[in-house]
Design a protein around this ligand. Structure first.
Ligand code: R5P
Length: 302
């Protein structure tokens, strides 16, 4: 029986204070349900409105690419520095300890390899399994202009509908085949289609000209992929320009895990994304953290 000894009447009802009706901090997300917003607020930092997602899902079509040979060894130590981890269920279950507190953006389409047509994907996880691994979002590749454009949009629709039933947001990932030009016209088309077909946030590439138009015309937050490995100053400059031009963060893989000092790099990227640090300063930070980690290793080795 509940304890009835000390039941007190309420005293302070704050009659003069209207109940708060907050506007949610992410664009295009205000009408979403509480669970969706809560999950998005785990991925995007409500203080900065931005995110640094660590993308390590490349194995789903590339196999053990450089830097991802052993996710347990090379990626798990980076997780504390990321705001979210983008990963397949296989890599998550086998190689990432369930004690991590970071939200998981679950790769939810696949079904092809680098040996075949890349746009030929299907929905590759059941929504119940996504719930089972406590996914905070579902990632779907969409190939606008690709051979299987129609099916890939269908995958986005199916996953977004399933996620909507459980309050799990969907990330639309704009996959670009080799034959397509990554300019603002193409990226604007691809990101807008993803948002209109139900994606709650969209991942795309940065383009040097008119990226601000891509970000502005997408009614949900846009995050940029890092793309192929660049020299660190260039990767930091790309992240900086994307943020300045309206991106809500990065979902970066190779430019972090293929770095000589991935832990230093992810911290430098964080400075650019969350603190709007200038890329020159962020590169200085990268170098000093890299040097510090060498010293630390030397000390540990002695
Ligand atoms: C690619 O299909 C995957 O979704 C990757 O997560 C994505 O390309 C981001 O990784 P990166 O920064 O290496 O381009």
């Amino acid at each position: 029986m509940p304890d009835m000894d000390d039941v007190q009447d309420g005293k302070n009802y704050h009659f003069g204070t209207p109940q708060q009706a907050n506007v949610f901090f992410l664009k295009g997300s205000n009408s979403l349900e509480w669970g969706m917003k809560n999950r998005l607020a785990r991925i995007f930092n409500p203080a900065s409105g931005k995110t640094v997602m660590l993308a390590v899902d490349h194995g789903y079509f590339q196999g053990p690419t450089t830097g991802l040979e052993r996710i347990d060894v090379s990626i798990v130590p980076l997780v504390p520095y990321a705001d979210a981890l983008m990963i397949t269920r296989g890599a998550l279950r086998t190689s990432v300890p369930p004690e991590i507190s970071k939200p998981v953006v679950l790769r939810s389409t696949g079904g092809q390899s680098i040996l075949k047509e890349l746009s030929n994907e299907l929905v590759a996880v059941d929504i119940e399994d996504a719930v089972r691994v406590n996914a905070s979002a579902l990632a779907v590749q969409v190939y606008i202009g690709g051979q299987h454009e129609h099916e890939s949009i269908g995958n986005l629709v199916k996953v977004a509908d399933a996620g909507n039933r459980y309050g799990i947001p969907t990330l639309g990932v704009t996959g670009v085949g080799k034959e397509l030009v990554r300019d603002a016209n193409y990226l604007g088309l691809a990101t807008r289609i993803c948002a209109e077909m139900g994606a709650h946030f969209v991942k795309t590439y940065y383009c040097e000209k008119n990226f601000e138009r891509v970000a502005a015309a997408c009614p949900v937050p846009v995050v940029i992929a890092g793309g192929k490995k660049l020299p660190e100053p260039e990767a930091l400059a790309m992240a900086y320009h994307a943020i300045q031009q309206g991106a809500a963060g990065v979902d970066m893989g190779r430019n972090i895990f293929q770095c000589e000092a991935p832990t230093a790099m992810i911290q430098a990227v964080r400075a650019v994304v969350h603190e709007q640090e200038h890329p020159d300063k962020a590169y200085e930070l990268y170098l000093s953290l890299k040097e510090g980690s060498k010293t630390e290793k030397t000390v540990l080795a002695r």
